[in-house]
Design a protein around this ligand. Structure first.
Ligand SMILES: Cc1ncc(COP(=O)(O)O)c(C=O)c1O
Length: 501
């Protein structure tokens, strides 16, 4: 007997209701996008966790539901009033871009159709859009378009996918069956510079090699890997009976945007049959610029490459991308064929089931927002945006020369670093340097919590630096030229408070 004759599911919504609530939400988002572009509004209100928690209250999970219209209105206000806005023209922290508006709409559309992009049969057009996205990304930056690739949640995950492909390809035994095997500390070796992003710690740890497997190669005064030291370390390891697997090069480093000598690292890898991986999470897309350095363009020689569309393609979070020169290396690493899947019907047409190319099984349609942005801007549009970001950082760096209390440190791609140095502490000794590090730490904290501009920090040869990273198509030269003045006025204020009498 059917005792559910007609369902009134608590979560369903009539199409008319959806239209009405959706239109109201889009109107609020449009107002929000106008609001964050008004420079007099803050990048962040820097509220404390307790303040935010008290807004949400500590009530139990409610027994009764709330109408969606009311909820969306309430939560829009909550988010617009209590967030940090990386879409604000004066946000230059970490490596985080504004969300391309077409990507915002793309995410909305993607979740409306809700394809499961794990298997072609569950997501026919979405799978093909992801394949095209991967190919266009490779073409854009000069990587072989015949590569394998997959979209993931970000730079860390893209590096993990590549790391696992390298591990499978280079460990000289059946790792699927035997695991990483003999785990004597440091037996398996991975080489990277001391400037490498912390994903490498997580990868070495989580994927069974351990931190002792990492051979840290020193970086020179320009934060680039010293290749002579790399050569020596590989030779010493080979003599010592260790098993070198891979070298990780940066395009470019998270701290200062320095690009490792990728051409030479590639040659060293070929000489020793090592896997050459490039972390291009920050700078990979700058290789699209015709004027990019030969080393940056050298990422085309990599066996695998991580890039990050939610950085310099300006896609809304989350979107990373792993590219692997030999598509079979991804299948060898991730493909399984359980009896409960029948997803190989179109194998003769070059079928792609993305669950066979990465860590995820069910997968969302994150490719749509990236694909839409690629199509909206085209190669020319992207080249202009990326080039302008770099020029704005260069303008900032150039302007630092006219501020006697600022010490310029580095400028690469779209990252400029510098620090506040009171006039009498120029050329400081060791204890002076310690004080300058404390002072600049405090300066950055006050600027960030002040909320009108948002740089972050880098450590440059032991110096705590203020760091502006422009991956923001809304930033103008005028916006960024206000930063040194703010650093100087904040620096003077804090120096007065902090300096021992
Ligand atoms: C060079 C580099 N690698 C990896 C990452 C990690 O990327 P995600 O935060 O998207 O995981 C970053 C992030 O800034 C980065 O700059």
């Amino acid at each position: 007997m059917n005792d559910i004759p007609r369902r009134h599911a608590a979560l369903d919504m009539s199409p008319d209701e959806f239209r009405q609530i959706g239109h109201a939400l889009v109107d609020r988002i449009a107002e929000f996008l106008a609001w964050i572009q008004d420079r007099s509004n803050p990048v962040t209100r820097a509220e404390r966790p307790g303040q935010i928690r008290s807004l949400l209250g500590s009530g139990p999970f409610p027994e009764k539901g709330t109408p969606a219209e009311e909820l969306l209105s309430e939560v829009s206000t909550l988010l617009f009033d209590h967030s940090l806005f990386n879409g604000h023209p004066r946000f230059w922290g970490y490596v985080t871009s504004p969300a391309a508006p077409v990507g915002i709409l793309g995410d909305f559309l993607a979740s409306a159709v809700n394809p499961n992009v794990g298997a072609y049969d569950l997501s026919p057009v979405a799978t093909e859009i992801e394949r095209q996205t991967v190919r266009w990304i490779a073409e854009m930056i000069g990587y072989p378009a015949s590569c394998g690739g997959i979209l993931v949640s970000g730079g860390n995950m893209a590096n993990f996918v590549c790391f696992l492909a390298a591990r499978k390809a280079k460990i000289p035994w059946d790792i699927r069956k035997e695991g990483v095997g003999d785990t004597r500390p440091g037996r398996l070796r991975i080489y990277c510079s001391t400037e490498t992003h912390t994903w490498i710690h997580k990868a070495a740890d989580l994927f069974g090699l351990g931190h002792d497997a990492i051979a840290w190669i020193p970086a020179n005064e320009n934060q680039r890997m010293e290749t002579e030291a790399l050569r020596k370390q590989i030779s010493a390891d080979l003599k010592g009976g260790m098993i070198p697997l891979m070298v990780v090069g940066a395009a470019a480093t998270v701290g200062t945007g320095a690009t490792d000598p990728l051409l030479e690292i590639g040659a060293i890898c070929r000489e020793h049959h090592l896997w050459f991986h490039v972390d291009g999470a920050y700078g990979g897309f700058a290789a699209a610029l015709p004027e990019a350095s030969a080393d940056l363009k050298g990422l085309r020689d990599a066996d695998s490459l991580a890039v990050d569309p939610h950085k310099w393609l300006y896609a809304p979070l989350e979107a990373g991308c792993a590219l692997v020169r030999d598509p079979k290396a991804l299948l060898d690493t991730f493909s399984y064929h359980p009896a409960y899947y029948r997803f190989d019907e179109h194998a003769d047409e070059g079928l792609t089931n993305f669950y066979e190319l990465g860590l995820q099984n069910s997968r969302g349609f994150r490719a749509l927002k990236v694909w839409l942005a690629l199509r909206q801007a085209g190669r020319g549009g992207y080249e202009r945006m990326i080039r302008e970001d770099c020029r704005i950082a260069a303008e900032l760096f150039r302007s630092l020369g006219s501020h006697p209390e600022i010490e310029p440190l580095t400028c690469n791609l779209s990252i400029a670093t510098f620090r506040y140095v009171p006039a009498d502490l120029r050329g400081a000794d060791r204890s002076g340097e310690e004080y300058l590090n404390k002072l600049n730490t405090a300066v950055l904290a006050r600027i960030q919590s002040g909320g009108m501009m948002y740089p972050s920090n880098a450590i440059v040869q032991g110096k705590y630096a203020i760091r502006a990273c422009v991956v923001n198509f809304r930033t103008t030269v005028e916006d960024i030229l206000g930063l040194p003045d703010l650093v100087v006025s904040t620096g003077r204020e804090i120096d007065k408070e902090m300096r021992p009498a």
